[in-house]
Design a binder for this molecule. Structure first.
Ligand code: NAD
Length: 346
């Protein structure tokens, strides 16, 4: 199998190469630093499968172009698949598989790091101390013990976050249209409005779908407790950033920490220091002392990268051998062209 990897960073290559070397599969891997988009699809020429990340474009025209290049599988190096037109992939006869779980704790621990940073102003203290300023004015936080943390989405990451916050001595409440037994042992399910109204911290852990797009909008922000903190490590599109800016200006929102941002595609994962950044919304957001933005790094641990690489190759191997894959997101796909795959190794 020939696999073309897009949006490759040095760390991606290191972990994929380690997994490939350790694997009995005969997979030839070509690495491209370019993201996948309409202009770069040509780089997939000759590949049986491609491997992409969160900000690669997999809209219908790209998927159709991939099919014309002979690509039979799209292997996501992530769990989220909101950036993939799955219907177009099914129609084009391309299987799409993700890495459904690669250390939910990595993301949960980062969400908790953001809660702690925002609440105790350690981002400001760090800068102050480096300038020889050890004054405490403006750094006061609140003790989290006994506070209420609201989790929106009690899947793998939401539950891992809830478990940690329970360990802090917080009361944990959650909203999810699908009840999880695992969460019921940690906290209490409530309606979305109640979770918004009761929580001192809201942490988002639901996927981005039509039904969750801008789930945190002007209305939702108004329902939140005055002074509450908002954390998003899920997907940028869950939050209306302009509404967040307005809520920070009125001081109704106590602070916000975003690891993901709706316009992140053209910025995140690259160094833009020394450039003029034209995203005025993001730039305005970052002027607030109580707004923290990180570049979609919650997943970024050694353990997660290892699992992402190994699972991606397992997905490739399973697809080579069976024509589908346990982690396929295109379950109904009847792969008519699987016979043409060069199956070597297991
Ligand atoms: P998951 O599929 O295990 O859980 C998602 C949960 O959201 C499910 O329980 C689902 O029922 C729930 N949900 C669906 N619609 C909802 C709604 N309208 N309101 C509330 N909950 C709803 O997913 P996960 O592994 O826990 O990941 C959660 C999200 O985290 C992913 O979708 C991805 O976008 C994001 N993520 C971010 C990073 C990062 O580095 N920042 C890394 C991995 C995943």
């Amino acid at each position: 199998m020939k696999l073309a990897v897009f949006s490759t960073k040095p760390y991606d290559k290191r972990y994929i190469e380690a997994a490939r070397t350790a694997s009995p599969l005969n997979i030839e891997v070509v690495y491209h630093e370019f993201p996948l988009e309409e202009d770069t699809v040509i780089l997939a020429q000759g590949a049986d499968a491609i491997c992409v990340f969160v900000n690669d474009s997999l809209k219908a025209p790209v998927v159709q172009a991939l099919a014309r290049e002979g690509v039979k599988a799209i292997l996501l190096r992530c769990a989220g698949f909101n950036h993939v037109d799955l219907v177009a992939a099914e129609k084009a006869g391309i299987m799409v598989a993700n890495v459904p779980s690669y250390s939910p704790e990595a993301v949960a621990e980062f969400a908790v790091a953001l809660i702690q940073t925002l609440n105790r102003n350690t981002h400001r203290a760090y800068n102050r101390a480096r300038e020889g300023n050890f004054a405490l004015n403006g750094l006061m936080g609140r003790t989290l013990f006994g506070k209420t943390v609201g989790i929106i989405g009690t899947g793998k990451i939401g539950i891992a976050t809830a478990r940690i916050m329970k360990g802090f001595g917080c009361k944990v409440v959650a909203f999810d249209p699908f009840v999880s037994k695992a969460f019921e042992g940690i906290g209490e399910y409530k309606g979305l409005d109640e979770v918004l109204a009761e929580s001192d911290v809201i942490s988002l852990h639901c996927p981005l779908m039509d039904s969750t797009r801008q789930i945190i909008n002007e209305e939702a922000l108004a329902k939140m407790k005055p002074g509450a903190l908002l954390i998003n490590t899920s997907r940028g599109g869950l939050v209306d950033t302009k509404a967040v800016i307005r809520a920070l200006k009125t001081q109704h929102l106590g602070g916000v920490a975003l690891d993901v941002y709706e316009g992140e595609g053209s910025l995140f994962y690259d160094d833009h220091s020394g450039e003029i950044i034209h995203d005025d919304v993001l730039m305005r957001l970052m002027t607030f002392h109580n707004a923290i933005v990180t570049g979609h790094q919650a997943f970024f641990t050694e353990e997660a990268l290892k699992e992402i690489a190994e699972c991606t190759l397992r997905n490739a191997g399973e697809f080579m051998n069976t024509g589908t894959c346990t982690n396929s997101l295109t379950k109904d796909l009847r792969l008519t062209r699987v016979e043409s795959l060069p199956v070597r190794g297991v």
